[in-house]
Design a protein around this ligand. Structure first.
Ligand code: B4P
Length: 193
């Protein structure tokens, strides 16, 4: 199994690059943002609860997202690997993920961290908000709250994986294809084919 975390602040290109990476490498895409939005559109109890946090730019509680990821891993017993997008977002989520993978005799092989300036993040998300229908992308205050959550809770995830030498930083600004090539180069370098 080959497991990758695509890491970075909101708007750094995780979703954009994930679509391209799963196409190339046949990994199972697990995006907690997408899973949560699916729960919201199906109006489940979990979705209604999560919506309150997402609409105000806060992280959804660990127990909720860890449970979702646990189920998603179980639903894919034949996966050749997973691409985790937007997860883990706290150190507690990272530890839980390591435990879940260890149960399957597997581990995280690489954490690819996209680096983008704050001004660029805000402009990308406001721009997406014009067409995405995502309420968390239309309000600059909510976008800033998401970035603050990232700085306060999520940045530590990179430090957690850095102690195991798993983090590679990638410049996330510029041409989407060039960023994709840089990500692929890192995957090829780490992948045992
Ligand atoms: P996510 O769905 O993960 O949303 P995101 O971080 O905003 O998106 P992403 O980073 O993938 O967007 P992308 O850059 O591709 O999370 C939403 C919310 O769900 C969170 O705020 C939180 O409340 C909750 N949540 C999710 N996971 C959670 C977890 N594990 N724990 C707790 N809560 C959780 O796209 C942004 C825009 O940039 C797009 O319009 C794109 O076209 C553009 N773009 C991309 N690359 C570009 C480039 N190179 N140049 C110019 N524009 C580019």
């Amino acid at each position: 199994m080959f497991n990758v975390i695509l890491f970075g602040p909101p708007g750094s290109g995780k979703g954009t690059q994930s679509e391209k990476l799963i196409d190339r490498y046949g990994l199972v895409h697990l995006s907690t943002g997408n899973l949560l939005r699916e729960q919201i559109s199906n109006q489940t109890r979990l979705g209604l609860e999560a919506k309150k946090f997402m609409d105000s730019g806060q992280l959804v509680p660990d127990s909720v997202v860890i449970g979702m990821i646990r189920s998603a891993i179980k639903e894919n017993p034949d996966a050749e690997g997973f691409l985790f997008d937007g997860f883990p977002r706290t150190v507690a989520q990272s530890q839980a993920l390591d435990e879940l993978l260890a149960e399957n005799h597997s581990e995280i092989n690489a954490v690819l961290a996209l680096e983008v300036s704050e001004d660029e993040l805000i402009s990308r998300l406001l721009n997406r908000g014009k067409t995405s229908g995502r309420s968390d992308d239309t309000n600059e205050q909510v976008i800033r709250a998401r970035i603050t959550e990232y700085e306060n809770k999520t940045a530590a995830v990179a430090e957690y994986y850095d102690q195991f030498g798993k983090v590679v930083k990638i410049k996330g600004e510029g041409d989407v294809e060039a960023i994709f090539d840089a990500l692929c180069n890192e995957i090829e370098a780490k992948k045992i084919v």
